[in-house]
Ligand binder design. Structure first.
Ligand SMILES: *Cc1c(COP(=O)(O)O)cnc(C)c1O
Length: 378
């Protein structure tokens, strides 16, 4: 614990954020309780309208979480056994779980060394006659090269599903990510940039027919009660979560601006540190779901983490093992060494505290301790 700091440093600080918004949150939650309309309450529709307006897309469908959102998107496109979906090996497990849960096979494209997103240069060689869709992830709050990805997809007649769980509000060439693909999905897991008070997620599309399919699959495949047109699931967005999200959505741009300001300060205080600070693609606006540094040496991360922890600085690793090397998703087409960039990056990344409540004193202190451990460039 750092004796000089006025506030304990947290990896994510939802307590302080929610304290600031408490009167509004309480009032909206109270309305749901008073109505007792906990499933499919009016607030769910209100939130869906507000979400689609925010993103600039015709349709939004709430669902239970970001993992379901990906699975429902694949189901709505009719993707299943015998099909292949191209994705990144450097993401949260949900991305590949969804592909495998519908019975499809993931194919991986290695990542870009600077953004850690899918490397669009390698995309075409991963396409086979079985490929049905490309599922890029906008990692850490920064867009993948989504215009090139959608262009390649279009030339090959493939669908694009954007996994936008980490970048809701980020832009690429002036346009919000999550509006480029045929479908995009997001997660409102509490620690995401827009977080609920539990699990929640959403799907987006401009295609009216797909909108109905997504909506129905999330509700047992039925539009009219007890008339099931599709094989569906129970993946509804709770009214209480919708009420929380409706309040927080009004502040999302402010939350993202605060994260960007914290990232600017990290960049400033770490400018001389012997680490690589996050690359910002000039084509996009990064909203810093994570502020992840890249260490120069393999093997120093665990020691740095311990050192920081001993000084009251929590940190986290997103992600320590690429998806193709995980036991649960083992894939003989991708043995160790098959995706060298992702494998090397996974050993050297470290995510620093990042949230809306960080102050300059804390960031300067974190940077000072990092430099104490890794040294400076000069
Ligand atoms: C968080 C996340 C998900 C899953 O979201 P849940 O709401 O936790 O199911 C999917 N993909 C990525 C990239 C994520 O970060």
């Amino acid at each position: 614990m750092a004796p000089t700091l006025s506030k304990r440093i947290q990896l994510v600080d939802l307590v302080s954020l929610h304290r600031r918004l408490k009167p509004e949150l309480d009032a909206e939650i109270e309305k749901v309780i008073a109505s007792a309309s906990f499933i499919n309450g009016a607030v769910v529709g209100e939130l869906e309208c507000a979400l689609s307006k925010y993103l600039g897309i015709r349709f939004a469908v709430g669902c239970a979480n970001g993992t379901d959102a990906l699975q429902i998107a694949l189901m709505a496109l009719g993707i299943g056994r015998g099909d292949e979906v191209i994705t990144t090996p450097f993401s949260f497990a949900a991305t590949v779980e969804a592909i495998m849960l519908v019975g499809a096979t993931p194919r991986y494209v290695d990542i870009d060394e600077r953004t850690f997103n899918m490397n669009a240069d390698l995309l075409e060689e991963a396409i086979t006659p079985k490929t049905k869709a490309i599922m890029p992830v906008h990692l850490y709050g920064q867009a993948a090269e989504i215009d090139r990805i959608t262009h390649i997809a279009c030339e090959h007649g493939l669908d694009v599903i954007e996994d936008n769980a980490q970048s809701f509000g980020a832009t690429y060439k002036g346009k919000k990510v999550g509006t480029f693909g045929r479908i995009s999905t997001t997660s409102f897991f509490p620690a995401k940039n827009l977080g609920a008070f539990g699990d929640a997620g959403a799907m987006f599309t401009n295609d009216e027919e797909l909108f109905w399919k997504l909506k129905m699959i999330a509700q047992h495949g039925a539009k009219i009660r007890y008339t099931h047109e599709y094989l569906g699931m129970n993946s509804r967005l709770d009214s209480i979560q919708a009420a929380v999200l409706k309040v927080k959505l009004n502040y999302l741009d402010e939350f993202n601006a605060r994260r960007r300001a914290a990232a600017d300060l990290y960049d400033k205080y770490l400018s001389d540190a012997n680490v690589q600070t996050p690359y910002r693609d000039p084509n996009g606006m990064h909203i810093f779901h994570q502020y992840t540094i890249l260490l120069s040496k393999t093997g120093e991360r665990d020691e740095l983490q311990k050192f920081l922890n001993a000084h009251g600085i929590p940190s986290s690793v997103h992600y320590p093992m690429p998806l193709h090397l995980q036991k649960a998703f083992v894939n003989e087409a991708y043995p160790k060494g098959a995706l060298p960039i992702a494998e090397s990056i996974a050993e050297r990344v470290l995510s620093l505290p990042m949230h809306t409540e960080l102050d300059e004193e804390q960031i300067a202190y974190i940077a000072e301790k990092i430099i104490e451990f890794v040294g400076s460039k000069s």
